[in-house]
Design a protein around this ligand. Structure first.
Ligand SMILES: [Fe+2]
Ligand SMILES: [Fe+2]
Length: 162
């Protein structure tokens, strides 16, 4: 097992929203479980990772929409591109081409920490500013929904969203 095929949880990945942090820990566990799985189990574990990622991204996107963030915001686009590749790898593996799972995991290991500390961290602070409670998916009493600036997506303000 190569170091580039696993992720470790660290305090740097803690964003301070318990639901987000829990989901991210589960994501990391499933990435590592895919790497650790025996060859004949790998596709099954990878499919659990894909399913979990669908729900993980949908959860964040539901929160963004609830707070009035438009669906063309780059955070949605980044989720969609990652998921599209993950599902293509799943489709190929179901056709017997399982060798792409390893490079997919390598790409996710590379991608996840910067996504978490950029877009997801920006989202968490935006939700907190808006008074949106991710546990109940409602606004806290007295929340001033209009006062927050749009979340940072990890780019400098003068750089376009990629
Ligand atoms: Fe996330
Ligand atoms: Fe995200």
């Amino acid at each position: 097992m190569s170091a580039t095929h696993t992720l470790s949880w660290s305090d740097e990945l803690l964003l301070g929203d318990p639901r987000t942090d829990h989901t991210h820990q589960e994501f990391i566990d499933l990435v590592n479980a895919t790497t650790a799985a025996a060859a004949d189990q790998k596709l099954g574990v990878y499919r659990q990772l894909v399913q979990h990622t669908i729900e993980h991204f949908a959860q964040e996107e539901r929160w963004m929409l609830a707070c009035g963030i438009q669906p063309d915001f780059c955070h949605f686009g980044q989720h969609a591109s990652v998921l599209q590749v993950m599902q293509e790898v799943e489709r190929r593996a179901l056709n017997g081409e399982v060798e792409y799972i390893g490079s997919m995991i390598e790409a996710l290991v590379e991608w996840f920490p910067s996504h978490a500390s950029g877009m997801d961290a920006g989202l968490v602070s935006y939700l907190q500013e808006k008074g949106y409670d991710t546990a109940t998916e409602t606004f806290k009493e007295g929340a001033t929904a209009d006062s927050a600036a749009l979340p940072s997506c990890g780019h400098a303000p003068d750089q376009p969203c990629a």
